[in-house]
Design a protein around this ligand. Sequence first.
Ligand code: FAD
Length: 411
Amino acid sequence: MHIAGNPQHLTPQQRELIGLAARLGAERFAPRAALHDREASFPVENYEDLRRAGLLALCVPQQHGGRGADFATGVMVAAEIGRHCGATALGYSMHLCSTLWAGCVADALDMTPEQRTDHERNRAIHYGRIVHHGKVFSQPFSEGGAAAADKAPWGTLARPVDGGYVVSGKKIFASLAGAADYYGVLCTLDRAGATPRDALYLAVPADAQGVQVVGEWDPLGMRATVSRTLLLDDVLVPHSARLMPEGLYFQAAARFPHMFTALSPAYLGIAQAAYDFTVAYLRAEVPGMPPVKRRMYPTKQAALAEMRIKLEQTRALFLQNARDAAVDPDKDARMRLYAAHYTVMENANDIARLAIRTCGGQSMLKSLPLERLYRDSRCGSLMLPWTAELCIDRLGRECLYEAGERDEAIE
Ligand SMILES: Cc1cc2nc3c(=O)[nH]c(=O)nc-3n(C[C@H](O)[C@H](O)[C@H](O)COP(=O)(O)OP(=O)(O)OC[C@H]3O[C@@H](n4cnc5c(N)ncnc54)[C@H](O)[C@@H]3O)c2cc1C
């Protein structure tokens, strides 16, 4: 089954790139997934494969030497990777985000001519690192407080100094910690009365003085993301570290909300993998398992039908959302976006739950991938900025209120 639905609706470029991801995933990533999950170790070899295949530069614009894939193509490719290793797909999505945010997202925003020139100069440097040197970027924005939920300014501060900024702060759950070459750090420009409008998005080199990765990483799922804590202690970065001009991240977050859904592909991939496994298991086609078919039982068939329905619902919303990605979505598109993100994250876990219940006891043994898919799938709806709860909060409010509407105070 094709991860992106009917392949006839895909462009030739999409078919080629998803096919490439499918081959790498099946031949390289899937066989390594159990070990990295068990050890909670980073799949360095997978990124070497992505580098060799040119997929690190997937969403780098062609004029900068990349493959020039758009948002929709990027998330489809990441979803296919998620089918074979969810943690690799999640980390890879974060890398893709850095290229998309500095790319098609930034292109769609209002900038002064000076800002545009400055951005072109800076992103040529960042893209060059990916295209010519195979560098990997990550996305540490979570701080453990309200900022990542879009309710407060970032606690990590960037103090302007001659030639650049001095960055200090702490980021929790920094996927690819210790493995990325550059951390795409969200911080606040350090000035009196700073607000969320003063957010700044900087590429901090992993080997810069004052950068430290600390703490344990022994979580339930998505263990191979190695999302340890990142400490930034007076880290000096040049002006060219800007992945967006000053003040532009706030505009991006307000006007291009699809940028936050680029983390969901890993979970569509996991949902697909849980379904694929269940089909193979019930047909007695899982390698290494006794050839005992279970497909003739009506309850198994009904459960698989339920899984397929949820999977198709998930895929349909995922694809619509991917193709909708654009600046200034209207209210309907924005609400579909919350619904899509919520659906992908929650359904992935529900499909994995159904898979375990349907396949039965042997399917949850560590020797098979299903229990890992189940644990990995649990993480999606916890991920800020759009946890399942925050999607519900936003959707419910926006269903009932138009922009700027307030209620009279109740006496
Ligand atoms: C596998 C994995 C990988 C991750 N990788 C990254 C990464 O690379 N980069 C990154 O930045 N983060 C990453 N995260 C972190 C993730 O997105 C969350 O930010 C993280 O789980 C925050 O933990 P928390 O328990 O403090 O969050 P929460 O307590 O859920 O939220 C933090 C704060 O947000 C506000 N908030 C939360 N829910 C609500 C609500 N319903 N209404 C109002 N306010 C609310 C509150 O102020 C709360 O204190 C990853 C998470 C996982 C599971």
